[in-house]
Design a protein around this ligand. Structure first.
Ligand code: NAD
Ligand code: UFG
Length: 347
């Protein structure tokens, strides 16, 4: 691993936020697929250890640059010192609740950070971008499953930052149709690499269901609060489309390949197309871990919707991509990561 910015002539993919949860798994799949990558990450929500393990899993090397996507000078030097062909852009802040209390930090990191990145790309004539969007851009959908042509809306600063970036990218493409842009709308990424070496490592008490369940199962947290048991779903608890992070990562590899062949801006849902309730996920985790996951019902969490799952047909038809892993893989891989690394990368 090196942070050497000397001139290098092999065509590379710049992966912003590549040390994070989804980024690190995507680095594995990109390296396995023969790509050369440079990771740019400020490590605000990750550690360099994830990248060491990515290299250990793949037996290949990557370049790491510690830095911020809002640093104009650094970005310009990255693009002028390397032959970068495309960018996969994960870097950003992602906690919905935190975005409500710190909106300026979210707009600065996510929206301003993306603007700085796009300006540097434009200057360097690098016009291929895969952007991490979210199913949150569909707001509370009128029907299910959700297709890419559904109306978009946002209910919190995090969601609004994703929507703003999608709109900025649409405008950019109108101004210059040689851009090649993928808006990947993730549903609920969960699980970990089957090696147990990389996974989700929340800094604090987890906000999301799966890491919370995993920490209850290992005994770090007492019990899960199930937010709402009176939703109009089959058991009253919230329903989501959980997707294994390895499947999600492979979706990025397919998107990069597609953009190499086709110009334009495209939105693709990355989801399985099936919904599971909170209680179903708890039961699946207990089964895989053979550990009890005690829970209590609690009031609904503000801003949550009853149910959300994808129509993933467009990604199948246009990218040839489909999620292959089921809930059993998601919970058993998540448990392996949690039990082998009880304190994440600090274990
Ligand atoms: P993560 O926090 O694990 O990864 C984000 C990475 O970006 C971290 O390594 C962090 O250090 C880095 N980063 C943040 N701000 C930066 C900046 N200004 N400059 C450089 N690096 C910076 O999150 P993740 O779960 O891997 O999510 C990746 C992307 O996918 C994010 O954009 C997120 O909004 C989006 N997304 C995530 C989910 C999810 O549930 N995990 C769902 C939909 C969309
Ligand atoms: N839940 C609980 N208890 C918890 C945590 C979650 O009952 O402690 C429930 C939620 O109410 C919801 C389900 O578990 O019904 C999933 O919640 P998550 O927080 O794991 O995921 P969300 O669907 O709320 O949010 C995720 C991402 C967001 C993204 C959104 C839409 O975290 O970034 O999907 O794509 F915006």
């Amino acid at each position: 691993m090196s942070s050497n910015l000397s001139k290098n002539t092999t065509k590379k993919i710049l992966v912003t936020g590549g040390a994070g949860y989804i980024g690190s798994h995507t680095c594995v799949e990109l390296l396995n697929d023969g790509h050369e990558i440079i990771v740019l990450d400020n490590l605000s929500n990750s550690s360099e250890e994830s990248l060491k393990r990515v290299q250990e899993i793949t037996g290949k090397t990557l370049e790491f640059v510690k830095g911020d996507i809002r640093d104009h000078k650094l970005l310009n030097s990255l693009f002028s010192n390397h032959e970068i062909a495309s960018v996969i852009h994960f870097a950003g802040l992602k906690a919905v609740g935190e975005s409500v209390s710190m909106p300026l930090a979210y707009y600065d990191n996510n929206v301003n950070g993306t603007l700085v990145l796009l300006e540097a790309m434009k200057q360097a004539n690098v016009k291929t971008l895969v952007f991490s969007s979210s199913a949150t851009v569909y707001g509370d959908p009128a029907s299910l499953p959700i297709s890419e042509d559904f109306p978009t809306s946002a209910t919190n600063p995090y969601g609004r930052s994703k929507l703003m970036i999608e709109e900025i990218l649409q405008d950019l493409h109108v101004s210059d149709n040689s851009w090649r842009i993928a808006l990947l709308r993730y549903f609920n990424p969960v699980g970990a690499h089957p090696s147990g070496r990389i996974g989700e490592d929340p800094n604090d008490i987890p906000n999301n269901l799966m890491p919370y369940i995993a920490q209850v199962a290992i005994g770090k947290l007492d019990k899960l609060s199930v937010f709402g048991n009176d939703y109009p779903t089959h058991d009253g608890t919230g329903v989501r489309d959980y997707i294994h992070v390895v499947d999600l990562s492979l979706g990025h590899v397919r998107a990069i390949e597609k953009l190499q062949k086709t110009a334009g801006i495209h939105a693709w849902n990355l989801g399985v197309g099936k919904g599971y309730s909170v209680l179903e996920m708890v039961a699946a985790f207990e089964q895989a871990s053979q550990q009890p996951v005690p829970y209590q019902f609690a009031p609904r969490r503000s801003g949550d919707i009853a149910a959300c799952y994808a129509n993933p047909e467009k990604a199948l038809n246009e990218l040839g991509w489909k999620a292959e892993k089921g809930v059993d893989d998601m919970v058993s891989d998540s448990w392996r990561w949690q039990s082998v690394n009880p304190n994440g990368y600090h274990s």
